[in-house]
Ligand binder design. Structure first.
Ligand code: GLN
Length: 196
């Protein structure tokens, strides 16, 4: 299984490492042509406005939507979650608009710009160590979006079929279980395709 990490801006190397620990072959993606060889794609944390701008500039908006239309899984973390959402609080325009949810940026307040927590995630047997850095939260989920975890009553992980999003940085600890969960989604998607 080959998984790409969108490498326009943000925390790329750490995601590559976590994916490799979870057993994937990986590649840092800088050109749209590279998407063809991939079974799944991670959109990392960083700064969503910058990532969105660079995605538009280099043709990734259409290409990643097509990738998703083929049923290939996407995993957005932190800024990547914002890029996947179809509504961003206080902004007129969204980016990929693939997940039916409204997100709020920098939602945990100034004094809590950065913190760690252990989260229970639906479908995972052990709590996950999560690092939040100027994190967004999911304010509302709509059709087809399942909530996988909450932190103090706020939604921080969600899944919509082959799309996964979390508001924290799962790649900054040695716990690669959410990456392993994503790889399972990729395996399922590939198996579903093969059975057509
Ligand atoms: N605050 C950033 C944004 O709005 C996201 C932060 C992160 O990815 N760590 O894009």
């Amino acid at each position: 299984m080959k998984i790409g990490v969108l490498a326009l801006q943000g925390a790329v190397a750490e995601h590559l490492r976590s994916l490799e620990l979870a057993g994937a072959e990986t590649v840092a993606v800088k050109r749209v042509e590279q998407l063809e060889e991939l079974d799944g794609l991670v959109i990392p944390g960083g700064e969503s406005t910058t990532i969105g701008k660079l995605m538009r500039k280099y043709g990734f908006m259409e290409a990643v939507k097509e990738f998703s239309d083929q049923g290939k899984p996407l995993f957005g973390t932190c800024a990547g979650l914002i890029v996947l959402a179809d509504r961003i609080d206080g902004q007129d325009e969204a980016h990929l608009s693939l997940m039916n949810m409204t997100v709020s940026r920098n939602a945990f307040g100034r004094q809590r710009e950065s913190f760690e927590a252990d989260l229970d995630v639906k479908g995972m047997s052990e709590p996950l160590r999560a690092v939040f850095i100027r994190a967004p939260l999911i304010k509302e989920v709509r059709d087809g979006v399942e909530v996988l975890s909450e932190y103090k009553g706020e939604i921080v992980t969600a899944r919509q079929g082959h799309l996964l999003a979390c508001s924290f940085h799962p790649e900054l600890t040695d716990d690669y279980s959410l990456h392993a969960y994503f790889l399972e989604m990729v395996r399922e998607a590939a198996a579903a395709k093969a059975s057509f």
